[in-house]
Unconditional design. Structure first.
Length: 511
């Protein structure tokens, strides 16, 4: 309920199950930041499943984002440094009106970052435009990352970061009505690792019934087998001079475990013989198909009819991998040796299949194509096809509009959809993609298109283009002039059509 009063008319107070919180009026919305949805995962709760937040007395000011979870990079919020502390598991709410009678649709954002980076207080995830333009309630959340959230640790449940997301969705179910949201109309949406999380949630029994619609932007196909997760967990702990157990790892601060991950990552490309396709990703974390928290791969779960009642929007960007090539200082300069190695490691049908399918393509272009297809493009398309096969409804998109930066050389690269969706061109990667300049009218129009489609889907289940089927294969192509057309990556689709995304295995043993 909203507590009336002269002060609260400017700074509304809402009562949650754990206690009252006071938000702030901002730009025609009311915003609540840093609301705990679970106890800090420290002490006895470290490496455990999340526990409900402890009730508090009085009114808690919800003015600032909660501390970010421990991660690889130092992070800051809109006004500089974020609060420090261990109260990582918090949510933030943007609402047009904290009135229980409003019953607006709810969108819940899950950030990406390779399961080792990210926080909901990032300026790039400022949800005011989505909430205002769509006249709906937006929730963003923090979840545990890296070793705290995803490493295999003996004595700890798998996929703790995913369990945090489920706990946040349970908080939404139990509390969002007081903020003006409808707990019966919840859409989860996420990008990159956030999209991988959305895919996992669709397959997790513990998440069933917590949302009715889902948007997955650039779904990574990287899910680990228990054997690979166990081996990487042992290697991570060894970097800290410890065993991969709750007893050992619980004796050191989280920052030390972050450093262990940072130490292992650059060694991974040299261990293709042991860690296979996971090795060049330099990311030792991913959801684990453990048989319990995540019983099976999302693609198999959806094909069998899991979550068939959940409407899905899923898609990817045409040139996903170019962002990573640029970050490695290799944009446009990949040679035959590296391209051949990538084709042999990732291409279904082997190196020759890609070279025959793309005659005349340069080594650089073949490298970019197979990396994009393997990591994001085909996992995203196959998720839609699995959902349709299982009796669900899916809408597919592909972003083909190129980022203005670097003379357009980045193309429609990974994460370009995030500033377009949120309208945060001057924050985070948006600064890189748009050269710190004011967005063009073309960019603003595409940004509006993203938000209107996403929020229409949250309201009605229809993003504004036809559902995907395996006959016409119509998708929304998002460019300067968006069009509905057959899936643009038909050549890649045919190369991958018989491929099944399975948990990445441990391919070698020994020292």
């Amino acid at each position: 309920m909203t507590i009336p009063g002269s002060v609260e008319s400017v700074e509304p107070v809402v009562r949650t199950a754990a206690g009252a919180v006071r938000g702030r009026a901002e730009d025609g919305l009311t915003v609540f930041r840093g609301i705990p949805f679970a106890e800090p995962p420290v002490g006895e709760g470290r490496f455990a499943a999340p526990r409900p937040a402890r009730p508090w007395d009085g009114i808690r000011d919800a003015y600032v984002f909660g501390p970010p979870p421990p991660q690889d990079l130092a992070v800051a919020g809109p006004a500089g440094a974020l609060p420090q502390g261990d109260d990582w598991l918090t949510v933030n709410v943007w609402t047009p009106e904290p009135d229980p009678a409003a019953r607006r649709p709810v969108m819940v954002w899950i950030y990406g970052g390779a399961y080792k980076l990210g926080h909901s207080g990032s300026p790039g995830y400022d949800a005011r435009r989505i909430a205002a333009d769509g006249d709906l309630v937006v929730v963003t959340l923090n979840y545990r990352l890296g070793m705290e959230g995803f490493a295999h640790i003996e004595g700890a449940p798998a996929n703790r970061g995913l369990l945090d997301q489920v706990a946040a969705l349970e908080w939404v179910r139990d509390n969002i009505a007081a903020f003006g949201g409808d707990p019966g109309r919840v859409t989860v949406f996420g990008e990159s690792a956030g999209a991988g999380s959305v895919a996992a949630l669709l397959a997790m029994p513990s998440a069933a019934g917590l949302f009715g619609r889902a948007i997955a932007q650039s779904v990574p196909g990287t899910f680990f087998s228990p054997e690979l997760a166990r081996d990487l967990g042992t290697a991570l702990a060894a970097e800290a001079g410890l065993r991969p157990t709750v007893a050992d790892l619980g004796t050191v601060p989280p920052e030390q475990l972050v450093k262990a991950g940072q130490a292992l990552a650059p060694k991974m490309p040299g261990r293709v013989d042991r860690w296979g396709q996971a090795a060049p990703t330099v990311t030792p974390y991913a959801p684990v198909v453990d048989g319990e928290v995540l019983p099976v791969m999302p693609w198999r779960a959806l094909a069998s009819g899991a979550s068939r009642e959940v409407d899905l929007v899923v898609g990817h960007n045409r040139d996903e991998n170019r962002l990573f090539s640029m970050m490695a200082g290799k944009l446009g300069s990949i040679g035959e040796e590296r391209a051949g190695a990538a084709l042999r490691l990732y291409a279904p049908g082997g190196e020759a299949a890609y070279r025959e399918a793309f005659p005349g393509a340069s080594a650089n272009d073949l490298y970019e194509r197979v990396q994009t297809d393997w990591l994001f493009g085909m996992p995203s398309l196959h998720l839609a096809e699995a959902h349709v096969a299982g009796g669900g409804r899916a809408h597919v998109y592909e972003l083909t509009w190129p980022a203005p930066a670097v003379g357009g050389a980045l193309g429609a690269c990974h994460a370009l959809d995030v500033p377009l969706l949120f309208g945060t061109f001057g924050a985070d990667l948006g600064i890189l993609f748009f050269d710190g300049a004011e967005p063009s009218p073309e960019a603003l129009a595409l940004s509006d298109r993203f938000r209107s489609s996403w929020t229409a889907f949250a309201r009605t289940g229809d993003p504004g283009w036809p559902a995907y089927d395996t006959e016409r294969r119509l998708v929304q192509v998002l460019d300067a002039e968006p069009v509905v057309a057959p899936y643009p990556g038909e050549t890649s689709r045919r190369l991958w059509e018989d491929h099944e995304f399975t948990p990445l295995p441990l391919v070698g043993r020994g020292v």
